[in-house]
Design a protein around this ligand. Structure first.
Ligand SMILES: Cc1ncc(COP(=O)(O)O)c(C=O)c1O
Length: 379
């Protein structure tokens, strides 16, 4: 079998009878928007996250996608025109886009070079009187340093929104992502650790009042049917996706263990390879390895990726360009660790169906590529 970054075919093969039954149940019931399948998935997701060690009851709301989840979370916190929202520039655009859509300005802080996650000292330095919220991204499946971020944010009375699009199942100091700030936002894009077969997203919170608020905002600002007390949006998780997600959620603990096991095998395989930097796991973090991302020498990165492609090993660069240099988000800020990460990162195939033989094949190919590319680049 050819190697894939993400192997949805293998996932479907493993779950096909359950998926077929789940979809048939939706068709038989004829409830396609809201309704019992969405409610059931919301409850199951909340129970799953609670079971990871939440201190308080978790509320979960399904929405249309992870970008909407971020926007609705920020709306629930009152973010609007003229406000500033601090976030990383080393992330998918949606993190900053959600703030910009509300007329707020995304303000970029640099990242911790070990984890690629928002640097709490950088956040503190970026706070102004206009700062309304801070959005750390739990990038690649590892939580940002929520202890330090909470200390900074609590001192300034600022809420944290966890962009946990890549980190369902992750924990920090024994507490699950999505319960470490005011709100957590999830994406169920098919390639995510918990993916739908289309778009989907969710918002998590342990604050019952905020849960009511996000529910209202996501439903056109309706306090009750045809009575709208706030400007909202139309953002719904549909029943087909919810039914699929209920199936996938049952497999998520095993799939997460498989990702973590593959990551450990990669770690072993690269232990003696001085030319690469392996992902750093923080002691407080349970990393769920949405990506397994190496650092390689910047000047050789693209040649290594091309060489690996020729050897049948796909790779991806998450992310080649930081947000603060992109036209809609251009900012006159100095983010050296963000720039360096963009030049050095190389993500390897990572999914729950990766076999130990696949990991060995990828690692052997990486070693061979380094041996063939680095001397040529140095010459
Ligand atoms: C970090 C991050 N934030 C937000 C999103 C947006 O999610 P979606 O594509 O479901 O809108 C993604 C997913 O691509 C992401 O990786």
């Amino acid at each position: 079998m050819s190697l894939q970054m993400v192997d949805l075919r293998a996932q479907i093969e493993a779950t096909r009878p359950e998926i077929d039954a789940a979809l048939a149940a939706v068709l038989d019931r004829g409830a396609f928007v809201r309704g019992p399948f969405v409610a059931a998935f919301e409850e199951e997701l909340a129970a799953y996250v609670t079971g990871l060690g939440a201190e308080h009851e978790v509320h979960a709301l399904g929405v249309a996608n992870g970008t909407d989840a971020l926007q609705i979370a920020l709306m629930a916190l009152g973010v609007g025109v003229g406000d500033e929202v601090i976030c990383p520039a080393f992330t998918f655009v949606a993190t900053a886009e959600a703030a910009a859509l509300l007329g707020a300005t995304p303000v970029f802080a640099d990242i911790d070079p070990d984890t690629f996650n928002l640097d709490p000292a950088g956040v503190e330095a970026a706070i102004t009187e206009r700062t309304k919220a801070v959005v750390p991204v739990h990038l690649f499946g590892q939580c940002a340093d929520m202890t330090a971020l909470r200390t900074v944010c609590d001192a300034h009375g600022l809420p944290l929104v966890e962009d946990m699009a890549q980190a369902v199942g992750a924990t920090w100091s024994g507490r699950p992502a999505g319960t470490l700030g005011a709100l957590g936002t999830l994406s169920f894009y098919p390639s995510k650790n918990l993916g739908a077969f289309g778009d989907g997203g969710a918002i998590l919170t342990t604050d019952a009042a905020l849960a009511d608020r996000v529910r209202q905002i996501a439903n056109h600002g309706a306090a009750k049917k045809y009575h709208h007390t706030a400007v909202g949006v139309n953002s719904r998780l549909d029943a087909m996706q919810a039914a699929i997600l209920s199936v996938h959620l049952r497999h998520l603990p095993v799939w997460t263990d498989a990702r973590r096991a593959a990551a450990s095998l990669y770690d072993e395989a690269f232990a003696e390879v001085d030319e690469v930097v392996r992902p750093v796991r923080r002691d407080e973090a349970r990393h769920v390895f949405h990506q397994y991302t190496l650092r390689v020498p910047a000047g050789a990165r693209d040649a290594i990726a091309a060489d690996l492609r020729a050897r049948g090993v796909p790779t991806m660069i998450y992310y080649p360009e930081p947000l603060h240099v992109m036209e809609p988000y251009r900012a006159d800020v100095h983010l050296p660790e963000t720039d360096r990460a963009c030049a050095e990162v190389l993500s390897l195939p990572m999914h729950p169906h990766l076999s130990p033989a696949d990991v060995t094949r990828v690692a052997d190919a990486v070693r061979a590529s380094l041996a063939s590319v680095l001397p040529a680049v140095a010459a």
